[in-house]
Structure formats: structure tokens, C-alpha cells
Design a protein around this ligand. Structure first.
Ligand SMILES: *Cc1c(COP(=O)(O)O)cnc(C)c1O
Length: 398
């Protein structure tokens, strides 16, 4: 190996990144080291419910950093107790295990389901997941994911996952066997391009899993913490799952995730689960600051209202450019481009100072800060208007 010659070369090359370095963020804006400003509708990948560098999170982190960082996961600490209580009080779950990433929380959910099967269901261990689903990048969570591109990677996979079709209850019923212990899904498939499970499907899944003594696991790593206009997306369907995972937004931008379970499902024995930094007071202090803001009913109502505004603006944009429909809920929305121009639109928008995401070649995804303003939405729409005209014209010439 030669020595790194360019500052970018010392990082493993795991994805295509624009060749700029981001140095500062505030609310809906990011700045690079050339002082260019970007209006950000990616927000760390649906991570920043309060936008970039929110003062409440910065203050919570600095106060906690001066007090106590890590006493040991084998001791209690005050912020983790407080955050667990807040989450339990605001959800249908009774107990929480904190993790450092979404994938780690999902690993915990998979282990908890297998433990439940070992304890109460003759070793049943299979988990039904969904085509198109995304649950993370550890070996087990890649195996649980229904992402086509993952299929040939890192063989052999972790066994025990069977894939059903979203919004097709018969496809789930067919896979249930004496080996099944759980059904696991995202209430809205985020990485697949914002494909919602219908409320009716969520209710059918709850009924089926209850009938057959299976656990229902919701991966709310992308949909949780207010993203869809309710604190948790499962609330839209008025069901109570057995297990939920949270990540992304829960830390307001710092690495924090959580595994929640009802008393019935919470069956780990000592030694089954743990981790050095799990539930450390620094990250939990950030989580408390986030939940105090986002958990406020007025805040959640404003997310739903702003989501409707973004949706109607996207509809008008789509009509002007002859594009397809809008999918999603709250401030997790996608626009169907009807053509594989997603990457071109993202690149052109970047040049114009707007950050958006294209999870599939024909789809744009919008995941702004939950406190994004209508002015910021209008500025983003104006930019997309110009970008779509340009990209559309280039296609017609080509
Ligand atoms: C992002 C995401 C994950 C993985 O979270 P990481 O923190 O990247 O490990 C899992 N599930 C869903 C639904 C996600 O959106």
C-alpha cells in the first residue's frame, strides 16, 4: 500500500460521496469548507428531528459531558433511567434496552424473539420479514433485510428469515410454521423508497400474530420519534406491537438507539444482552432533550401539518413536470419520478445548494428536519422546479 496522498484516501471507500467537506450545520442548513450553504432535506439520513446542531441537544451534551460520561454498563445512571421511563410512558412498551445504532437495536430484537422462542415455544426461531425491507448492515440484519442488492453478499447469511410481501397478509400466513416466532417490519419501508404498510395490513398482522402466538416487531428506526406526525408510526394503525426498535432521530444527531418490549416479550436472562457503551449517560442526555421537544403534542401536530404542506407542494410540482404520485406520511415522503433520473436530479440539486436523496433510481425521498419551515420547503420546491426543467430538457435532447 502507498501512503494516502489525498485527505479522502485515508477513509475506506465505501460509497460515492461529493468531494466537499461539511464543517457546520444550523437547523435546515449545512455549510461546506468553501462557505457554500446547502438547504438540507436529507438531515443525516432522517436523523435530525430538530435540524442540525440544535441548541437543546448541544446544551444537554455539554452539561452531561462535564458531569459523567461512562460509569459502566454494569451500573445504573440517571439519564438512561429517565429516558427509559419517558419512552415507556409514551408508548405501549414496558422495558427498554439502549443501543448505539439501529442495526444493533435490531440485532437485539432478533435475539429477544429467538430467546422468547427458546423459552416459551419449543425453540421456534424463524422470523418473517419483508421483500424490500431494510434492517441494517450487521450480518443478521442484512439477512433480515429484503434488499435485492444484499442477496449475493457475505455468504453464508444468518439463517432463519423468510420474506413475505408487504400489504399481502396471505403471503405472511403461508410462511407461518411451528418454527416461526415473529413477524418484523418497518411501518413504512424507508430505504426501499418509502412504501407504507397500510393501517389495515398492520391490523391484520397484529390479529394473525396474536392468533398464532407470534411476536410483532416494528422497526421504527426511520419512522419513529415523530417522523410520521405521531411519536411512533404504529399509533396510526391503533395497534400495540410486542417489540419496537428506535434509532436515527432518537439521539437528535448522535449515536443512540433503543430496543423496547412489552413485559410479556421482555425475556432476556442475565448474560444474554449487553454492550460497553449501551445506555451511556452522554447519549441518553441527548435523547431526553430530543424527546422533551418532539414528544410535545403541539410539536407532533406541526409535523403532521408541515407534512401535508410538503405533500401538496410536491403534488403541484409533480403535475407541472408530468411526474408520478407522492407516497409516505408526515415528513417522510417520496415523489415518483416515473423515470430513472433520481441520481441526475440529486446531483443537479446539490450543485444548486439543495440536498435531497434518491433511494431508488425513479424515486426522490424527503426527510427534512421535523421543524422545517414552510419558507424552507418553498425554497426547496423552487430549486427542484428548475432542476427538473433542466434534467427533463437534457433527456428530451438526448
Ligand atoms: C437506518 C435504518 C436501520 C439501520 O440503522 P443504523 O443506525 O444505520 O444501523 C435499520 N432499520 C431501518 C428501518 C433504518 O431506516
Amino acid at each position: 500500500m502507498t501512503n494516502a496522498t489525498h485527505p479522502f484516501d485515508a477513509l475506506m471507500d465505501i460509497t460515492v460521496r461529493p468531494e466537499v467537506v461539511f464543517v457546520r450545520g444550523a437547523g435546515s442548513y449545512l455549510w461546506d469548507d468553501n462557505r457554500n450553504r446547502y438547504l438540507d432535506f436529507v438531515q443525516g439520513w432522517a436523523v435530525n428531528p430538530l435540524g442540525h446542531a440544535p441548541a437543546v441537544v448541544a446544551e444537554a451534551l455539554s452539561a452531561q459531558a462535564k458531569r459523567l460520561l461512562t460509569p459502566s454498563p454494569a451500573f445504573y445512571n440517571a439519564p438512561s433511567l429517565k429516558l427509559a421511563k419517558m419512552l415507556v410512558d409514551r408508548s405501549c412498551f414496558d422495558q427498554v434496552f439502549f443501543a448505539n445504532s439501529g442495526a444493533e437495536a435490531n440485532e437485539g430484537a432478533i435475539k429477544l424473539a429467538r430467546k422468547f422462542g427458546a423459552k416459551y415455544k419449543n425453540g421456534a426461531h424463524e422470523i418473517i420479514t419483508f421483500e424490500g425491507g431494510f434492517h441494517g448492515r450487521t450480518l443478521a440484519t442484512m439477512s433480515a433485510s429484503g434488499k435485492k442488492a444484499f442477496e449475493p453478499l457475505f455468504e453464508p447469511k444468518v439463517p432463519g428469515f423468510r420474506k413475505a410481501k408487504l400489504n399481502d397478509i396471505e403471503s405472511v400466513r403461508k410462511l407461518v410454521s411451528p418454527s416461526t416466532i415473529a413477524v418484523m417490519l418497518e411501518p413504512i419501508q424507508g430505504e426501499a423508497g418509502v412504501w407504507p404498510a397500510t393501517d389495515a395490513f398492520m391490523q391484520e398482522l397484529r390479529a394473525l400474530t396474536q392468533q398464532r402466538g407470534l411476536l410483532l416487531i416494528v422497526d421504527e428506526i426511520q419512522t419513529g420519534i415523530g417522523r410520521t406526525g405521531k411519536l411512533f408510526a404504529y399509533e396510526h394503525a391503533e395497534i400495540a406491537p410486542d417489540i419496537m426498535t428506535l434509532g436515527k432521530g432518537i439521539g437528535g444527531g448522535v449515536p443512540l438507539a433503543a430496543l423496547l418490549a412489552t413485559e410479556h416479550a421482555s425475556c432476556f436472562d442475565h448474560g444474554d444482552q449487553g454492550g460497553t457503551f449501551n445506555g451511556n449517560p452522554l447519549m441518553c442526555a441527548a435523547g431526553i432533550a430530543v424527546l422533551e421537544e418532539v414528544g410535545n403534542p403541539d410539536f407532533l401536530k406541526s409535523v403532521a401539518d408541515t407534512g401535508r404542506f410538503l405533500e401538496s407542494e410536491l403534488q403541484r410540482l409533480s403535475a407541472r413536470h408530468g411526474l408520478g404520485g407522492i407516497r409516505g406520511r408526515g415528513l417522510l415522503l417520496a415523489l415518483d419520478l416515473k423515470m430513472p433520473i433520481g441520481a441526475a436530479v440529486v446531483a443537479e440539486a446539490f450543485t444548486s445548494g439543495v440536498l435531497i436523496n434518491s433511494p431508488q433510481a425513479d424515486t426522490l425521498r424527503f426527510m427534512p428536519a421535523l421543524n422545517v419551515t414552510r419558507e424552507e420547503i418553498s425554497a426547496m420546491i423552487d430549486c427542484l422546479d428548475a432542476v427538473l426543467a433542466k434534467v427533463g430538457a437534457a433527456r428530451r435532447v438526448a
